[in-house]
Design a protein around this ligand. Sequence first.
Ligand code: DC
Length: 237
Amino acid sequence: MTPLIITIDGPSGTGKSTAARQLAKRLGYLYLDTGAMYRAVGLKALEKKIPLTERGALVKLAARSRITFRVDPGHRLRVLLDGADVTEAIRRPEVSEAASRVATIPALRRALVRQQKGLGARGRVVAEGRDTGTVVFPSAPLKFFLTASAKERARRRLNDLRKMGHPASLSQVLEEVKRRDLRDRHRTASPLRVPKGAVRIDNTGLKSNQVIAIMVDYAQRILHRNRRRGIHGRRAV
Ligand code: DC
């Protein structure tokens, strides 16, 4: 039996989260936001005032952290760190930067990847991040890689920040986007790469519902194929 796991990877600001959340909702799957886990560890490090250069301490911190997900009555994903709701706190700009730095530590990644594999073990998951199709679920039957121009991604990020009450300028956000891209692509531990066999979608001029429609179409084709082959059962899709 092949439980259907769908992975969505790509750089920041490509609309992965919206796509993953909507796709999971349409299919009735779990949305696994792996970036939220790196963010939660980044937040905890800042709160505990652990310097981001103290790699050993950060690995211990990640291994001792319990990161879980819950869906609220409005179908929004809540992120819990050691039982406390950190959904909003992990989106702060300084946490984005800390997350990007802790994500470069190989042993820390291994600790979080173990937790991610556990959360996806039963299938019926839409996993989203930078390495979900290459490292976390390399044999997932359906993988997507989203891209968009850096300027478009900075514009989207700026909108999100303003909505959250964090003023910033486009040039400042574009700089940050480029800096994080460089770090994500060139780090030695699980650099951002297009997974083998991934469907690439450049969504620069697309609306989120157009992207989701493409993804749902791919997912349904696989589900039909599995049904024709007689792979049944809630977890066997
Ligand atoms: O997707 P995001 O912006 O919430 O991710 C936060 C940081 O974590 C980002 O710098 C990339 C990193 N990350 C990662 O290295 N691997 C993942 N699977 C997910 C996120």
